[in-house]
Design a protein around this ligand. Structure first.
Ligand SMILES: Cc1cc2nc3c(=O)[nH]c(=O)nc-3n(C[C@H](O)[C@H](O)[C@H](O)COP(=O)(O)OP(=O)(O)OC[C@H]3O[C@@H](n4cnc5c(N)ncnc54)[C@H](O)[C@@H]3O)c2cc1C
Length: 389
């Protein structure tokens, strides 16, 4: 074994959860080592929309999302994280969805979270390509932001790398992590390099096979695989901010608080293909004019990770494109690329999975589809828990 490096905190995994644990730990004055398996993170954190949408979350997680907005803006003042402050718009396609938007607006007004109800005319003014027959009204959240998911996390790592008392090791895979007889955490890489720290947080996303596989496999964690599309650049089209549509209103947790939610659910008979693959339609335009469109959801238990398909299903992509075409009239729907992403989630009402080993090693994952939105705020709180504040 080669030389040992001692830190206060070892973070394993350089996705959004790992990177922001490192960020908050550095701000507390701790000595931090971060280890990431890939040369640049390429997990869920770079495969998403980059929509930072606290408006879609229940009140508890919305609090973390709002804290994340503040953190992203603070960092954007230090370095271009690709933050765009263009808000989020939810577009209703019928009277039921419109009623939920009106109720959510009232709830957010009580919570002190700004939103504006938009008429169909105002929606069309802001989104000239929106189909008139689709939109019955919108709810706009002016303070929400988006980031470019392919770039943002790498910029965060650049910022971290300039900090004192911090080192990061990319292209480095941890194969074992345990507590030694002195009560220190020792992580061993595949190159047999050892890293030693007082504590470790393992944010390895949906990798349930490398570290502590038995704990993950016997948990109630699920893997969720999503299909995503991106059009060729359409610079003549303007689709600002995060665009969320009727099927999203029927999916996101924030709407569960609405007084008419249960009545609405009883009336709703979803299209079976859409329901089978958990499809809802979101849009986000990138700086080059291309538009990210998604997404679908396919599930496998942690113990049966191999059950997820390794191919993309053309039928899902075709369905998403045909639904998207009912919402926006674009000059064409030519695709630049399509991809899949996987995140892990838990049915636990607390909204994430954690497991602590000998009071020193924290396994943390299962944040589901809210990591980009809630991650920066949530990790600050979780770190307080780790260091017993
Ligand atoms: C298609 C898609 C769309 C989404 N859209 C949004 C959105 O718009 N807004 C939103 O809020 N959320 C969204 N999400 C959810 C969000 O992306 C995730 O919640 C979040 O990225 C999870 O981050 P993570 O750090 O837990 O995992 P990851 O990003 O997967 O990071 C885990 C990291 O750990 C590393 N690692 C694993 N094992 C080891 C090891 N043994 N040694 C060293 N390194 C290791 C991996 O290489 C990886 O980089 C989306 C997710 C997907 C898949």
């Amino acid at each position: 074994m080669s030389n040992q490096k001692k830190a206060d905190l070892l973070v394993i995994g350089g996705g959004i959860l790992g990177a922001f644990h490192a960020y908050h730990a550095i701000n507390r004055g701790l000595r931090v080592i971060l280890i990431e398996r890939d040369p640049r993170p390429r997990g869920a954190t770079v495969r998403n929309f980059g929509q930072i949408v606290p408006s879609g979350m229940d009140p508890h997680w919305q609090k973390y999302g709002r804290e994340s907005l503040r953190i992203y803006q603070t960092l954007q003042n230090q370095c271009d994280l690709t933050v765009k402050t263009e808000g989020s718009i939810y577009l209703a396609s019928d009277q039921d969805e419109l009623q939920l938007l009106e109720e959510l607006a009232a709830i957010n007004s009580e919570n002190g979270y700004r939103s504006e109800l938009w008429t169909p005319a105002k929606c069309h003014e802001q989104y000239p390509n929106l189909r008139r027959e689709y939109c019955k009204g919108g709810l706009y959240f002016p303070d929400e932001i988006s980031v470019n998911p392919r770039q943002m996390i790498h910029r965060v790592h650049q910022l971290l790398s300039a900090c004192e008392n911090y080192e990061s090791h990319f292209n480095t895979s941890v194969k074992e992590c345990s507590v030694n007889d002195n009560g220190s955490v020792v992580a061993v890489t595949t190159e047999n390099q050892e890293y030693v720290a007082d504590r470790a947080i393992i944010c390895s996303g949906h990798d349930f096979r490398t570290l502590y596989p038995d704990i993950y496999r016997s948990s109630d964690l699920q893997l969720v695989q999503l299909q995503m599309l991106r059009t060729r650049p359409l610079p003549q089209v303007h689709v600002p901010g995060n665009v969320l549509t009727g099927l999203t209103i029927r999916r996101y947790e924030s709407f569960h608080q609405c007084p008419s939610w249960l009545d609405f659910l009883n009336r709703w008979q979803p299209d079976s293909f859409q329901q089978q693959y958990g499809i809802h339609l979101l849009f986000k335009q990138e700086i080059d004019g291309s538009i990210i469109i998604g997404d679908s959801h396919q599930y496998a238990a942690a113990s049966e990770a191999n059950d997820l398909p390794f191919t993309q299903q053309t039928a899902i992509n075709d369905y998403m494109l045909s639904e998207a075409n009912q919402i926006f009239a674009l000059p064409n729907w030519d695709l630049e690329e399509s991809w899949t992403g996987i995140y892990s989630q838990t049915p636990d009402p607390k909204g994430y999975f954690s497991h602590v080993i000998e009071d020193r090693i924290h396994l943390l994952t299962g944040i589901g589809g809210k990591g980009m939105t809630a991650g920066p705020g949530f990790t600050k709180d979780y770190l307080n828990e780790v260091f017993d504040d």
